[in-house]
Design a protein around this ligand. Structure first.
Ligand SMILES: Cc1ncc(C[n+]2csc(CCOP(=O)(O)OP(=O)(O)O)c2C)c(N)n1
Ligand code: SF4
Ligand SMILES: [Mg+2]
Length: 312
């Protein structure tokens, strides 16, 4: 195997700074923006897992959140609005050796990209999906987003939003995500641990990441203090039990807008095969990444036509 495909999952020490790019190492996010917390947690998680930048593909959407791949050194794809997941899926199908992470905002992922979110969860693609949830469209100056609370006032809803916010945790679990968690930029240690778990999980791992936007969402302080449902004695539930996870998600999603921030791992199903595993078990996807063929001068491309013929 060529080097580009051979170092995956080897044990080795990697420093967080390995993910700081030489070009544009200083993010242009506003002072106090929660997006810094995501960047720090992601660098920490990848370093803890011993990943090298060239083993990772980070696909991002459009928004302040979408700038993440300018500040995180790995392979990157800054997609169009709401389309980080289709790109991430395609990359994972072409090269399942890559560690694929998709990231974007609440508007990007739960609004314009909502259809992709639902179906990527349903199909259980082996991707980690980080949604920067700041409850507004940050980049375009604070418009109401799918997670803005009812009554939230903005330039687009000057009399207060008449809409109820989306329930992202419940939506991803009922759609089929096999790992669902919420964390917050105000708790970098928990955030890093959650990302480590999500990246290690084999299947679609959705992390709703609460990120304060002090510039356009003055309610940002509502994310502090938070409660970790794994740490707190008040919450005793089984993360593998859908019904129990759903109950706690419902409580979490309602409590957020009353000022109580519950975070942690809500649901994990380690039994369900990922989409890639399902495809391989059907003989529909080779063990060796298809992308590798582009580096193999001896590969006989005519063979691709055999597959097309089979479907005629
Ligand atoms: C198809 C399309 N529609 C609208 C826009 C304008 N636009 C850019 S970012 C954005 C919303 C970003 O909000 P969010 O996804 O929550 O990201 P944040 O900036 O808050 O991180 C919008 C509507 C666009 N770039 N493309
Ligand atoms: S506008 Fe909000 S989300 Fe965007 S960089 Fe500034 S604080 Fe962060
Ligand atoms: Mg947003």
């Amino acid at each position: 195997m060529s080097k580009a495909f051979s170092a995956i999952d080897e044990d080795r020490e990697v420093d967080r700074d390995a993910f700081t790019p030489g070009v544009e190492p200083q993010p242009t996010w506003c002072p106090g923006c929660g997006d810094f917390g995501v960047l720090k947690a992601l660098k920490g998680a990848m370093a803890e897992l011993g990943k090298d930048p060239e083993e990772i593909l980070l696909a991002t959407g459009i928004g302040c959140s979408g700038k993440l791949n300018s500040y995180f050194d790995s392979y990157g794809f800054h997609t169009i609005h709401g389309r980080s997941l289709p790109v991430a899926r395609a990359a994972k199908l072409a090269n399942h050796d890559l560690e694929v992470v998709a990231a974007g905002g609440d508007g990007d992922g739960y609004g314009i990209g909502g259809n992709h979110f639902m179906h990527t969860a349903r199909e259980n693609h082996d991707i980690t999906y980080i949604v920067f949830n700041n409850e507004v469209f940050g980049l375009t100056k604070g418009q109401t987003s799918p997670t803005s609370p009812k009554g939230h006032k903005s330039k687009t809803q000057p009399h207060g939003s008449a809409k109820s916010p989306i329930r992202p945790l419940s939506l991803s679990m009922t759609s089929g995500a096999s790992y669902v968690a919420r964390t917050a930029a105000v708790n970098p240690n928990q955030a890093k641990d959650i990302l480590v778990e999500a990246i290690q999980h084999d299947g679609f791992a959705h992390v709703d990441f609460l990120t304060q936007c002090p510039t356009w969402n003055k309610d940002a302080k509502q994310y502090v203090p938070y409660v970790d449902v794994q740490e707190s004695d008040e919450y005793d539930f089984d993360v593998t039990d859908r019904r129990e996870a759903q109950e706690l998600m419902t409580e979490t999603e309602e409590a957020l807008y009353d000022g109580t921030v519950l975070t942690g791992r809500y649901y994990q199903d380690e039994q369900r095969p990922s989409y890639q595993a399902e495809k391989q078990s059907r003989g529909d996807m080779p063990e060796e990444p298809v992308a590798k063929r582009y580096f193999d001068d001896d590969y006989e491309w005519e063979r691709s036509f055999d597959v097309i013929d089979r479907h005629k």
